[in-house]
Design a protein. Structure first.
Length: 125
């Protein structure tokens, strides 16, 4: 049995190994960006994004281009560029998340909260 068949069997959902790589890449990118200083210019923002993506690509073993395109959720990058990458969850938000997904690490819970918040604000299409 291959990994994707196994994941589908144990979860009952259409999950693949790529889903886990994408989640890992997204969390790693958010943490790398959170460690960087804020930026004063578009050029600095671009350098910071490149640096974070290079860290993630080295960890995942892909090129930076593939990593950015396939393994990092674009809202993490967008939230960094618009200055709203906040990875500290207030205790109330964290406890609400914990009730939904108790097995997440704090960094993962923070990224999930960030994505949920940003995606909830997207205009309906």
């Amino acid at each position: 049995m291959d990994v994707n068949e196994y994941l589908k069997e144990i979860t009952g959902k259409d999950i693949t190994a790529k889903d886990f790589r994408t989640w890992a890449g997204t969390v790693l990118a958010a943490m790398a960006l959170a460690e960087l200083e804020s930026f004063d210019s578009a050029a600095q923002a671009k350098r910071n994004l490149r640096s974070a993506i290079e860290k993630v690509s080295a960890r995942l073993g892909n090129t930076p281009t593939i990593c950015r395109k396939c393994y990092i959720h674009p809202e993490v990058l967008n939230s960094y560029l618009d200055g709203n990458l906040i990875l500290q969850i207030k205790s109330q938000a964290e406890s609400e998340l914990r009730s939904d997904v108790e097995s997440l690490k704090p960094a993962e819970a923070a990224v999930l909260a960030l994505l949920r918040g940003r995606l909830a604000k997207e205009p309906e299409q």
